[in-house]
Design a protein around this ligand. Sequence first.
Ligand SMILES: *Cc1c(COP(=O)(O)O)cnc(C)c1O
Length: 234
Amino acid sequence: MSEIAKQLALIQTRIEEACKLAHRAPHSVKLLAVSKTQPSSRIEEAFMAGQRDFGENYLQEAIDKMSNLPHLQSKIAWHLIGPLQSNKTRLAAEHFDWVQSVDRLKIAQRLSEQRPSNLPPLNICVQINISQELSKSGASVQEALDLCLAIANLPNLCLRGLMSIPEPGSGASPHQAMHALFIKIQKTLHEARLGQEFDTLSLGMSDDLELAIAQGSTMVRIGTAIFGARPKIK
Ligand SMILES: *Cc1c(COP(=O)(O)O)cnc(C)c1O
């Protein structure tokens, strides 16, 4: 078994244990492998171990890696989880299956306009700045509902849910707040007969995955605990 396969199995065990403690079904949480700064060979190693969803932060780095892995392109779901500038939306719309870092309507509108017509709708999560950190991107809790309603009406997108990166060490309260917001928006969307696919709360990383699962996360984004410490580059 490769080192990455071992780490993936350990993470799956952590996810299952956390689900059990929270009285949730073991497969109610999806594992996103965050492969930023990792070479394509390690992505392939994770793929060989059964991993299918990968998260990347930097557009050009991700696209370079995709082009190194043409034989896996149709089998991997690529998620953009890093900040997206409006002049880069076309590349994101053309290359990714998910963009989890949408924090304003203008970005969503551009992604919808630029999504190639031969591809399925682009899956979208709205990123929320739950810890209200000035340095972090993300929509505020106050603007989240209107933003989701507007995105749910765009043609070439599929609004899937919310994503957040709580400030490390801030306990369970940001996770609780994210879950409450997720449920509120899901209910409002359903009442408006929108957002049929709004099923994703993308919350939890290597250090807080148990906390996030206890609070209802449906997708954890794990980098370090799978691939080890990231090489310091750039
Ligand atoms: C890097 C990153 C992760 C993974 O963090 P780890 O602590 O390495 O698990 C998850 N989500 C986002 C948005 C990231 O940028």
